[in-house]
Unconditional design. Structure first.
Length: 160
């Protein structure tokens, strides 16, 4: 077997053990406000990257959503709108929105966060987690493909 084919075989092995890139992040929010004008409920949304600018999600874009026991309206992430806070606007078309404030930068890293402004009456909980799904990186797939081509070619060369 030539050095070229051996190199392709090594590429195939490396392609098999290469790690893929993280595909998605899941933002899960639960609103437990005691303020009567605020909504209660939960929603989750899956996104490809961390939310780093003001972003609104229509109901059809959400994975799950329940507000005051009914459907939901647009959920909005406000990044650093108030000095020192990230905010989620949460509600539906039939009720007033609730505004839930988290530490500045909370939307930018995996973890669990509780509301930080207005005390326990404005209770909200946010979990940001990796979805667990991975996507193979293109270089890994290319190495795997070249390695397999090399293995097939070396087999044919031996039998001929």
């Amino acid at each position: 077997m030539s050095k070229w084919f051996k190199g392709l075989a090594v590429g195939a092995v490396l392609g098999l053990v290469s790690f893929g890139a993280t595909a998605n992040l899941v933002y899960e929010f639960t609103a437990l406000s005691a303020f009567p004008q605020y909504s209660t409920g939960l929603f989750s949304v899956t996104v490809p990257t961390f939310i780093s600018s003001n972003t609104a999600f229509a109901p059809a874009q959400l994975d799950t959503c329940v507000v005051n026991g009914a459907g939901c309206g647009t959920m909005t992430f406000h990044v650093s709108d108030m000095v020192g806070y990230d905010m989620i606007a949460f509600g539906n078309d039939a009720s007033a929105e609730g505004y839930f404030y988290f530490q500045d930068g909370a939307f930018a890293s995996i973890g669990a966060y509780d509301t930080t402004l207005l005390g326990p009456d404005q209770a909200g909980h946010l979990v940001i987690r990796d979805s667990g799904a991975t996507v193979p990186e293109p270089a890994s797939l290319a190495l795997l493909g070249l390695g397999l081509v090399g293995l097939v070619a070396s087999r044919r060369r031996k039998t001929a």
